[in-house]
Design a protein around this ligand. Structure first.
Ligand SMILES: [Zn+2]
Length: 490
């Protein structure tokens, strides 16, 4: 049994001024050939797939080709996609004949020349391997599923949870792949496209309407002949021609059942549409005041408008400005990405006091640089940290600036570690002593779970803000909820 392995994955924020190029993929780990297997043990969907390979009773020959993963960001450069796809296709041509391809994708990637990167990649892969080789794809559930993806892939399995468990998705997809290869199942898929977009506020699968919708998927999977039900609430900043929510259902050779379940899932999402727009967001000034007044424990201030994991630049100053203005009497931790300010702090050195303009340089539409007089309390020339199933993360240079109790960590680039306690700990800060921490995410609070007492969702403006009606949508198919009046989802 001979199986090719590849990953080309990124989530695009159409409203971000950033451009994603090869260096972004290199930051998060760009591997070719045998290094893919060496580096991906326990990491991402490929890590999950490798666990399932190890369970097999027969020899499995793996042909690792390319692993390219970048965090959410701006539109991907054409030359970057062509380079990665070129490596994938030439690797596949050399690897033929193959029994299957395990191709990990995000589902919400958009490039300068094609706003459906996954459809483009899958069509090209199908063109090389022909119609008979199964292509099995784990996806992010914030995917935008397109007709081309459906046509070109055999299996598309999305994450079951937010926050995501990528290895689990890899295991699920791999088990279906081996079932197909052993002839024990014959996956047949159907889908429903749901004309709606909703903000990030209700994206956690552990509560609210998203839990209800995802629980229904899990319940359906316990029914006879149902292999997988993948709800895909598209991430909300993707302005593309086939944009919108969807659901994919795989049954064991029962197309009518797959379609009826997909319809039922679409109907359920539509019924819940108003609940998906509920919000507990708090204006920045009030959010900081509430955090200051909270009794004990760490309060997470979720900077929803500047979610780095959602594709924002991470240099929005709205929450920072409010913290500096209110000067908390307890310690507040806040990250900001600003290579220029970082350079100034490194040059000045530890112990010095500097006057600088901080942040608001990339995102200078929703926020402006903030002038600070800060003490350079610590610097780091770079550290490599192992973030478990998210892989190895290179933090590069950082500096800790202090303005009273406001402890600002300045990063030189967007990094997964921006929402991880290691960012503060590696500069000598004690997270347990802090009263509040600003996280540049609206969903991934799990790394601070051991300290956090509450999450306050700050209604901050920015490239990942929750007020989707304020964006200038140009490509979404219309009509779409809630931008237009619609009778039903069909
Ligand atoms: Zn996602």
């Amino acid at each position: 049994m001979r199986i090719a392995i590849a990953e080309i994955a990124q989530e695009t924020d159409s409203f971000s001024p950033l451009v994603t190029d090869l260096s972004d993929f290199e930051t998060y780990g760009l591997f070719y050939g045998a290094e893919v297997i060496k580096r991906m043990q326990g990491v991402g969907p490929i890590g999950g797939m490798l666990e399932v390979v190890a369970e097999q009773n027969e020899p499995v020959e793996l042909v690792p080709i390319v692993r390219a993963w970048a965090s959410a960001g701006g539109t991907i450069k054409a030359e970057t996609i062509e380079l990665l796809l070129g490596r994938l296709l030439s690797g596949l041509r050399e690897a033929l004949p193959l029994d299957a391809i395990f191709l990990s994708l995000h589902g919400a990637a958009s490039s300068e020349f094609d706003d459906d990167v996954e459809g483009y990649v899958l069509e090209a892969v199908r063109g090389v391997v022909g119609d008979d080789v199964p292509i099995v794809c784990p996806l992010d559930h914030h995917a935008n599923v397109t007709k081309r993806m459906l046509r070109c892939a055999n299996v598309l399995v999305a994450h079951e949870t937010q926050p995501h468990d990528p290895p689990a998705t890899g295991r699920k997809a791999a088990r279906m792949m081996f079932g197909m290869l052993h002839g024990t199942i014959r996956p047949t898929k159907a889908w429903g496209k749901i004309p709606m977009i909703t903000p990030q506020d209700q994206f956690l699968t552990s509560q609210g309407p998203m839990k209800e919708w995802f629980d229904l998927a899990r319940e359906m999977e316990r029914r006879d002949k149902v292999l997988d039900v993948s709800p895909c609430p598209m991430q909300p900043w993707l302005d593309v021609a086939e944009g919108g929510w969807s659901v994919i259902v795989h049954t064991n050779d029962d197309e009518a059942l797959a379609q009826s379940l997909a319809d039922e899932m679409a109907e359920k999402a539509w019924e819940l549409r108003e609940q998906f727009w509920m919000s507990e967001r708090v204006a920045p000034a009030l959010a900081v005041r509430q955090a200051m007044e909270a009794e004990s424990g760490l309060i997470i201030l979720s900077d929803t408008g500047d979610s780095v994991y959602g594709g924002a630049p991470g240099d929005n100053t709205v929450v920072l400005r409010e913290l500096l203005h209110q000067q908390p009497t307890d310690i507040a931790l806040v990250p900001i990405i600003d290579p220029e300010a970082l350079g100034a702090a490194m040059t000045a050195g530890v112990g010095s006091t500097i006057n600088i303009e901080l942040g608001g340089k990339v995102d200078n539409f929703f926020s402006q640089p903030v002038g600070v007089t800060a003490k350079v309390a610590a610097t780091s020339n770079g550290v490599t940290v192992n973030l478990a199933d998210r892989g190895i993360c290179d933090l590069r240079r950082t500096a800790l600036l202090e303005v009273g109790n406001v402890k600002i960590v300045v990063l030189d680039h967007r990094s997964f570690a921006i929402n991880h306690p290691v960012l503060y700990m590696h500069l000598g800060l004690d997270v347990s002593a802090a009263k509040m921490v600003v996280l540049k995410t609206a969903s991934n609070f799990q790394f601070f779970r051991q300290w956090s007492k509450a999450v306050i969702r700050v209604d901050s403006p920015g490239m990942t803000q929750s007020d989707l009606t304020a964006f200038d949508w140009k490509h979404l198919p219309r009509p779409i909820y809630p931008l237009d009046a619609l009778e039903g989802w069909r």
